[in-house]
Write a protein that binds this ligand. Sequence first.
Ligand code: HSE
Length: 432
Amino acid sequence: MTTPLLRVGLAGLGTVGASVWRQLSSQKDLLRQRTGAEIRLDQVAVRRAERAREVGVPESLVVADWRKLTANPELDVVVELIGGTTEAFELIRLALQNGKHVITANKALLAERGAELFATAQKHQRQLLFEASVAGGIPIIRALRDGLVANRICSIHGIINGTCNYILTRMNEGGLEFKDALAEAKAKGYAEADDRLDVDGHDTAHKAAVLAALAYGFWVPPDQLYTEGLRAVEKQDIVYARKLGYGLKLLAIIKTDADGAVEVRVHPTLVPESHVLASVSGVFNAVLVRGDVVGDTLYYGRGAGGDPTASALLSDLAQIAEHFPLEQKCRNVGHEALHSRLKTMEEIVSRYYLRLLVVDRPGVLADVARVLASRQIGISSVIQPEAHAGETTPLVLMLHDAPEAQFQAAVREIATIGAVKAPPVHLRVEDI
Ligand code: HSE
């Protein structure tokens, strides 16, 4: 029997594209043994021919325009690595319409227009695979789709942006302020020159939207996904949190309650230091998934970089190759709508860390406690560094569970107390 041949077009030859090129050649035999098919890169679209030479892609395979790939009737699969949300959308749509399977790492595009793209894939009965879109080399997509297919997903907690995790690690272990940790992350090549996507939480939110779509079968509208990044995080809060037994992580939190309403949010979060997620440091990613049958499962690894991401992209190619040329039933995302009511941020319930700057005089703690008590918010612990009477001092409170709306109303009222001298700072706490 002849070995089936899967013909692949690659659009984009950045760090990840170059790794795909290299690893596809070095893992060729292994992939053939395991899938029973040969996976061959037949065409590479890259704007600068010089880049193709740098990477070692033969000139005969190179085209400047990705439209050559989507129009090439010989290709079975197109791998989209051009990024962005405009041309990449067109590329994927055209490739699917022209009967090709598509593999992408583009979480921003999936988060924004995943519903349309998966509907197109469904209509044309093609696969749209995206293992590399979340947590780089960690096979979290396949774990959710296949490994945990028999579970209702109770919750997902993810550290899914390596740049942010690096910054928080350096603030915690190296005692750096945010701006110095960010500068270090840039110097090491982790953070992009335009750091907004990472540091403001958007990249984490894109990935959270993809995970939520897998878990609950619908796409969260991007403007309804609560997203808070790291810019407001101060070193002193990391220090107080540690004293209280917590570590600070930028978490994607995705979960349902007993009524089946879904919450999806991204923000800096205190997690108990004893929890395994608190010890995930540097650029590493980790995702904790709780299923109703399996209980807790944890996935850890490199969330970015050429080779880890190529590992995920090659696994998508292998999935297509394994059954090739037989058509596989497409199980595309967003068609099952297991849950569809998204909670507003005001509805969520959380524990909170609250730091105030107060004048140290009799009755201040009582005034703060009275506001909290009037809204049924309990205090679970308090830190106040010793100060001289009449001076200002931080007052740090850990609070019990409260609805976000109640908590925010309490904070607004606390800010009006005369002895409170700066806008209150708060962080949410997850007990997981
Ligand atoms: N910039 C991302 C990170 C990797 O720092 O994790 C790409 O999603």
